[in-house]
Ligand binder design. Sequence first.
Ligand SMILES: [Mg+2]
Length: 298
Amino acid sequence: MFPAVGRPEDAMARPPVAVRAAGALGLVAPLLRSRPVLVVSDFDGTLSPINPDPWGAFIVPLARRALRRLVSVPGVHVAILSGRTAADVAGRVRVGGALYLGNHGLERGALVRRQRADSMRVATRPSPSIYGDTAERLAAELPRLITEPWLVVERKAPAVAFHYRSAPDTLLAGRRVADAVDALDPGRLLVRFPGRRVLELRPPGVVAKGEAMAELIAEIQPRLTLMLGDDRSDALAFAALRSARDAGTTDGAAIAVQAFAEAPREVAEAADVLLAAPVEAARFLAALARGLRADPAR
Ligand SMILES: [Mg+2]
């Protein structure tokens, strides 16, 4: 029922075209009386503009207000699904009543309303200690090979991420990071996941956003599911949503967000619709909250 925006079959003929919030809301307008509703969103580049300093990233204020409205609507579930740790992303989003799936779904915490994010309890899926130890070793040793200030190390054992957002030449920086990682982990114990101005290393076979999304759908059994994201890892969740939709398990839409005009093409192609910027994602969520309130479940 959704118009295909940049679907793989027509991608050669028609590049994905970004729309504004109202255009994306039009896709789901006929479904606003459905309950339960599951709204899942990535953080960086989706709810937050990409900040050259990963530790400086902040949520678009309208997005926070919209998420707070969404969690207050009966039958509406909100989950933040991020590569950051659950504690980190909960501290940046600060919406009580939402679920925080961190480290691509390896971590899970539920923030109670009015609870401080730093006191949220987080459950982590176990993985063999050799991966966490290797991630920690690389986090300590890689900055000795690349001493430039643009390298930002995000420790999140059993994974680790090396950001180079503020490098003057991001292509070159990406190659240097990849070469340094290969030198320190020549046996490729950790799997490489290149993202937007980041190289992430994760244990093999661990849950990623696709599995996390599939599990959320199985758990909540939403009739309407929305997923917003901007990066290759989010495309996995888009695929999980679309596969649940094809199976008739849920309805909904995968919504790609473009920040910096550099959303990877395959991300837009994996989505049903492309929003022009994080601020449009915030406007979409605000309009969605209004729509769900105005159209209560029958
Ligand atoms: Mg992102």
